[in-house]
Design a binder for this molecule. Structure first.
Ligand code: PLP
Length: 390
């Protein structure tokens, strides 16, 4: 006899199940979400929210975009998974598409951001024959052992040490500090072209140029972690285009699949794995590739790169025009926006939610605003009004 799975509509019982059966690693907001469309999500009691979190910079094309839904459904009827022992049309097509939009030479597919960073670190080691990494203070690169090694926050790291050896952290936006930290074993510098979790920190273009020079002079690779900044989030296809600096390896994930889990790295000519040096069972699976192709198609056809730039400017101008005393700074690029305020912002997240807006607080005092790129002016006006009120 099969037991039917019935989904509860009762918030309390969902929380109870979560408490009993899920490891309590997340600090959750007190709502249970059920559906979404564009920039709006709805909870199980029917309340609607303008979503300025977007799954943390994942739902760039909006929730349940019809083209992504259709691509996943159609693909699911044909093939959900096969091994990388075989070719598939969708994976080959997506690879060509990604090479086109990144300007890199080749890609490797995996399933998440942290896995992309692991792949980048392995590739840097095998390419240079060196073992160590330089990363920035307040960096976030993921939670598995390799990526955690280059992630700065001590509460994430300390319980799991020893990690891989020889990592060095230097202040962000300080090229000289990188120069001073190089050893004969330094394989690569890994850097977010805008820091996400660290508080939406935007470096100067000169910084990234100088880091590029330092890497060239010292036979080190430059890794850009574009997991959060990619796929039109910052008003360019990739954040690297703002500085015109080309990395040797770049990581992608979050928005790559229009909400479907996927990760990838892309690398320039001459930087590549040899046979058997890396693999992932699910990497570049048919569903993820179909979702990603559809999502890239939406970004292109709906001009979301330009839209992100325009709406981001509109959003930031409006926030700045509030001239509120407790706003220290509004910063960001495109629709990757940080509003630093002069005290911890957790209660602002609560108040906004109670007024129908989902926000996220990162780095304690920074409100992170990363809505779907399809957000409308009217929705932005509504969000800014609510921020102003609270
Ligand atoms: C989110 C994030 C990661 C980790 O991605 P996961 O998919 O959560 O493993 C890595 N790097 C950056 C810059 C990120 O924002």
């Amino acid at each position: 006899m099969t037991k039917e799975i019935t989904l509860s509509k009762d918030y309390e019982s969902i929380v109870e199940q979560d408490k009993n059966y899920v490891m309590q690693t997340y600090t959750r907001q007190p709502i249970a979400l059920e559906s979404g469309k564009g920039s709006v999500v709805r909870d199980i009691t029917g309340n609607e929210y303008i979503d300025c979190v977007a799954g943390i910079a994942v739902n760039n094309v909006g929730h349940c975009h019809p083209r992504v839904v259709e691509a996943i459904s159609k693909q699911a009827e044909k093939l959900i998974h096969v091994s990388n022992l075989y070719y598939t049309d969708v994976q080959a097509q997506l690879a060509e598409e990604l090479v086109g939009i990144t300007g890199m030479a080749r890609v490797f597919f995996c399933n998440s951001g942290t896995e992309a960073v692991e792949a980048a670190m392995k590739l840097a080691r095998v390419t240079t024959g060196k073992t160590e990494f330089i990363a920035a203070e307040h960096s976030f690169h993921g939670r598995t052992m390799g990526s955690l090694t280059v992630t700065h926050k001590s509460i994430y790291r300390t319980p799991f040490e020893p990690l891989i050896q020889g990592e060095k952290f230097v202040p962000y936006n300080d090229a000289q500090a990188i120069r001073d930290s190089i050893t004969k074993d330094t394989a690569a510098v890994i850097v977010e072209p805008i820091q996400g979790e660290g508080g939406i920190n935007v470096p100067s273009d000169d910084y990234l140029k100088e880091v590029r020079e330092i890497c060239d002079e010292n036979d080190m690779l430059l890794i850009f972690d574009e997991v959060q900044t990619g796929f039109a989030r910052t008003g360019k296809w990739f954040c690297k285009e703002h500085s015109k600096v080309e990395p040797d390896i770049m990581t992608m994930a979050k928005a790559i699949g229009g909400g479907f889990p996927m990760g990838a790295i892309a690398a320039r000519d001459g930087v590549t794995f040899d046979k058997s040096q890396h693999a992932a069972t699910f990497g570049g699976g048919p569903l993820a590739c179909a979702a990603s192709l559809a999502s890239i198609g939406v970004i292109r056809d709906e001009n979301l790169v330009e839209r992100s730039a325009q709406m981001g400017k509109y959003f930031m101008d409006k926030l700045n025009s509030l001239e509120l005393d407790n706003i220290v700074e509004v910063r960001g690029k495109g629709l990757m926006i940080g509003v630093e305020i002069n005290r911890p912002c957790a209660d602002i997240v609560d108040l906004a939610r109670e007024n129908g807006v989902l926000l996220n607080c990162t780095s304690e005092k920074v409100i992170r605003i990363a809505p779907p790129l399809v957000i409308t002016k009217e929705q932005i006006d509504a969000v800014v009004d609510i921020i102003a009120q609270i």
